[in-house]
Write a protein that binds this ligand. Structure first.
Ligand code: SF4
Length: 420
């Protein structure tokens, strides 16, 4: 079976001819309203493609499909099958594939060949008041270390150089399986896999943070000095009502310890504005916290009430939509300033980057401080390649390789650079 990864229809081959797909399989998200909307739009565009004859069958799986299967079946009869998050075998059967996924760790990469996501566990044992994920994906189940190391080895053998470690809660890793948190040990072992040069950690939950992780991050050159730590808020009152198991002072102390233990670390976080217990005073506290801690990267969501969650059952979604939006705008405006000034401070610095892609005469690259998709990019003009290496090097030769660059320019999100 030939698999094509694409987010638009019709799919075309290298010569630009339309390829009629036997089936399209869409993974959906049911986390928050925006994500649900995006998923529904993707399904609608697949249905359109089916009507236009570009696709013969449409299958939908993932969280949204698991949660709202009945409603979706009624609303979208053109879809040939809806599956839940763990119904892989049923989906393979529908696609006419005889194999079972059980026992196989080999997978089709949906990323460029030089980086891959490594999912180290499934589900979540926390009960954040706003979040429906534990109800959809179940309790935390860590993938055994040997299996992850085997998968990392297979990925490295196929040319993957950067592993992006993900899970709903990466800092919980190991507690269910080994009786203790083992994320630090796992990263150390992954760094020994031949061919893996960078390891990046996402979604590290702040409460009961495993401090041994900081030592590994500070000392192991293969572990990116980059930590994604979703904090969601800084006010004790809001954090308590969000059931985040950490208060404002502990949060501040943790950020201080991380910065001190891992010099130069880049922190990415997310915040939720407009949670029912967030009044203007708590929001101002959040702005002060962000101003003080200068997170290099910060994303925000406006609170949306999710069916069945503690928040939906126990709190009234009392903050007006317009107020949520104003708070979101104020927070993102502040972050834009912080991000612009951090990017500016990188001008003139020499950094190692990995080249992700090349188009229209520009290379898109990232340093250890940028994660794909969510962070900014480092853009390098093609002329810089010829200036540095002469005409013998073709742009496509260096995609997926590491290079040394000097940062020459910046704005609030992206940087420009030249090869050195
Ligand atoms: S840690 Fe909280 S926000 Fe993250 S998946 Fe678990 S319950 Fe949801």
């Amino acid at each position: 079976m030939e698999v094509v990864v694409s987010d638009r229809f019709p799919v075309r081959d290298a010569k630009g001819n339309v390829v009629v797909m036997d089936a399209v399989a869409l993974n959906t998200c049911g986390f928050i309203n925006d994500a649900k909307e995006e998923s529904v739009n993707a399904v609608l565009s697949a249905i359109e493609a089916k009507k236009s004859g570009y696709v013969r069958a449409v299958y939908v799986f993932g969280c949204l499909s698991q949660r709202y299967r009945k409603e979706l079946m009624a609303e979208m009869p053109e879809v040939d099958g809806f599956f839940g998050v763990f119904d892989y075998d049923d989906m393979l059967k529908a696609l006419g594939v005889s194999e079972s996924v059980e026992g196989s760790v080999e997978r089709h990469l949906t990323t460029p060949g030089h980086y891959a996501y490594l999912k180290i566990s499934e589900g979540c044992n926390r009960r954040c008041a706003y979040c429906s994920i534990p109800y959809i994906r179940g309790r935390h189940i860590s993938v055994p270390m040997e299996q992850l190391l085997e998968e990392a080895g297979l990925l490295a053998a196929r040319g993957v150089k950067e592993l992006i470690v993900v899970a709903q809660d990466t800092t919980y890793y190991g507690l269910d399986l080994y009786g203790k948190r083992k994320i630090a040990e796992l990263l150390e072992l992954l760094s020994k896999v031949n061919g893996i040069e960078w390891i990046r950690l996402h979604y590290s939950y702040p409460a009961q943070f495993p401090e041994d992780l900081l030592k590994v991050m500070a000392e192991n050159p293969k572990i990116c000095k980059y930590l994604d730590i979703p904090l969601q808020h800084s006010s004790g009152k809001v954090l308590e009502s969000m059931k985040r198991e950490i208060n404002g002072i502990q949060t501040q102390n943790l950020i201080g310890r991380i910065r001190e233990s891992v010099p130069g670390v880049v922190l990415r976080t997310t915040m939720i504005v407009g949670f029912p217990t967030e009044d203007n005073r708590e929001f101002v506290k959040l702005l002060e916290f962000v101003r003080k801690n200068k997170f290099e990267r910060l994303g925000a969501f406006t609170y949306s009430e999710e069916e069945g969650t503690y928040g939906a059952i126990h709190y009234r979604d009392s903050v007006r939509k317009s107020t949520k939006q104003k708070r979101f705008d104020a927070l993102m405006e502040l972050q834009a300033e912080i991000s612009r000034s951090w990017n500016e401070s990188r001008r003139g610095s020499e950094e190692t980057v990995i080249i992700d892609s090349f188009s229209d005469g520009v290379f898109v690259a990232r340093s250890q401080f940028e994660s794909p998709e969510v962070d900014g990019e480092i853009l390098i003009d093609e002329s810089s390649l010829y200036k540095r290496f002469g005409r013998d090097v073709e742009p496509c030769d260096i995609i997926g390789t590491f290079a040394k660059v000097r940062i020459t320019g910046s704005d609030e999100y992206d940087l420009t650079a030249e090869f050195i």
